[in-house]
Write a protein that binds this ligand. Structure first.
Ligand SMILES: Cc1cc2nc3c(=O)[nH]c(=O)nc-3n(C[C@H](O)[C@H](O)[C@H](O)COP(=O)(O)OP(=O)(O)OC[C@H]3O[C@@H](n4cnc5c(N)ncnc54)[C@H](O)[C@@H]3O)c2cc1C
Length: 388
């Protein structure tokens, strides 16, 4: 049966016709194109690359950017696309988040005209794939400690170091790489295949199985000055990209939570135990469903308000931290409750719940862990930074 949406509090009445239409397009694509393949992709640890051209055609890549073939969606429309993709799988949403927010956005914001003209149309149309290399083996939550170096040598730069846990790494044509130079943190567009640059995929993941995650290594890797992002100065440049991606995550995980809630709700009215009564007739079961729908509704309102602020250019990184942290934790709790309500059936991949649950463990960690976002909120309300 087609997904009817989760809207307890008439949140749809706050959306424009255009926003509803974009959601409907994304919903249909998710149900008709991702859902039929995702279980096997997750089992086989395979990202469905065959869907990239269609996602590009629908305007999902770099959706909230203007020009260069981008769809120019507002931030609610963009968020609703993320929601519908992640309703099926966080890995597919991650692909779109990375391509748009972590690769196209930095080129769009910090790139030269030549870089924009070369890469943005190719990335928007899915003809090129990108990745974002910030995390290193010894520096995750604290990227300021990064050890990857960029040394200027005439008109070129020499990169040395390693990045890890990089989404899309092994399937990328271009990597946005952040490195430490004399003048501080700088960013480069490193093309696959150049000498000294190698990738290797990470295997054995129980989370994000339908997503490629890789390590990148740079060994005396020489790039031209024209590959440097000229306007990216210091760590605030990569952090600004993460703010874009985290905003999309705040919406995306609503989709995963909705799928977990709706699966448990539908199951509870047909599954019978004790005197041939549906488990939905038990108060403890209803309490769990009531918790889930209440938290999803609060998460929807938070995301919607964040989107309206973002469209007005009033959304701040500390707002995005609250959105990401709250909605991811809520979605993870919904997945756990849903798994519980499905009993033994909940552990199989006949249902989507364990996939969401496993994926959301990554979503809790990447793009700033739950702890780090708590510290961002804490700093905002106290004025005291407590990271160290
Ligand atoms: C599937 C996947 C895809 C990813 N994709 C990308 C990508 O595309 N590009 C990229 O650059 N990175 C990517 N990452 C990396 C991700 O951003 C990091 O894993 C994340 O930043 C956390 O870093 P870490 O894993 O090194 O954990 P650590 O930083 O080692 O943290 C471990 C624990 O310590 C806690 N902790 C650390 N410091 C503090 C503190 N000051 N106060 C309180 N608690 C603290 C953390 O909250 C966490 O619970 C990805 C990760 C995964 C799993």
């Amino acid at each position: 049966m087609a997904f009817r949406g989760v809207d307890y509090f008439a949140v749809d009445s706050l959306l424009s016709q255009q926003e509803l239409m974009v959601r409907q397009t994304a919903r249909r694509f998710a149900d008709e194109r991702i859902l039929p393949v995702i279980r096997d992709c997750f089992r086989d640890a395979r990202f469905p690359t065959e869907l990239i051209p269609e996602m590009a055609e629908l305007g999902f890549l770099g959706a909230n950017l203007e020009g260069y073939g981008c769809a120019g969606m507002n931030n609610i429309e963009y968020g609703l696309v993320m929601q519908e993709l992640e309703r099926i799988d966080s890995g597919v949403r991650s692909f779109v988040s990375v391509q748009g927010a972590l690769v196209m956005y930095p080129i769009y914001t910090y790139g030269s005209d030549e870089q924009k003209n070369k890469w943005l149309p190719a990335l928007q149309s899915g003809k090129a794939i990108g990745c974002f290399g910030l995390t290193e083996p010894d520096f995750g939550s604290n990227p300021a400690g990064m050890r990857t170096t960029a040394r200027r040598d005439g008109d070129t730069w020499v990169l040395n170091g390693e990045k890890t846990w990089i989404t899309n790494g092994g399937i990328s044509d271009v990597a946005v790489v952040w490195a430490r130079a004399e003048e501080g943190v700088v960013g480069f567009l490193v093309e696959t295949g150049i000498p000294g640059y190698r990738t290797s995929d990470i295997h054995g993941k129980w989370s994000m199985r339908a997503s490629v995650t890789s390590s990148l290594s740079f060994s005396d890797c020489r790039v031209q000055e024209s590959a440097r992002l000229p306007l990216a100065k210091g760590l605030k440049a990569p952090l600004s990209c993460l703010t874009q991606a985290r905003y999309g995550i705040g919406w995306g995980v609503l989709g995963a939570a909705m799928d977990c809630y709706e699966t448990a709700r539908a199951y509870s009215v047909v599954r019978k135990q004790f005197d041939d009564k549906p488990i939905a007739s038990h108060q403890l079961v209803q309490e769990k469903l009531a918790w889930m729908i209440t938290e999803i509704t609060k998460g929807q309102l938070l995301a919607l308000h964040a989107g309206r602020l973002k469209d007005q250019k009033k959304l701040e990184p500390a707002h995005v931290s609250m959105l990401k942290r709250n909605n991811v934790a809520m979605a993870l709790d919904c997945a756990r409750l849903s798994r519980d309500l499905l009993g033994a059936n909940g552990i199989t991949d006949e249902y989507p719940i364990m996939r969401h649950l496993c994926n959301l463990e990554t979503v809790k960690t990447y793009e700033g862990t739950d702890h780090i976002h708590a510290l961002v909120i804490g700093e905002r309300v106290t004025g005291v930074a407590a990271y160290k």
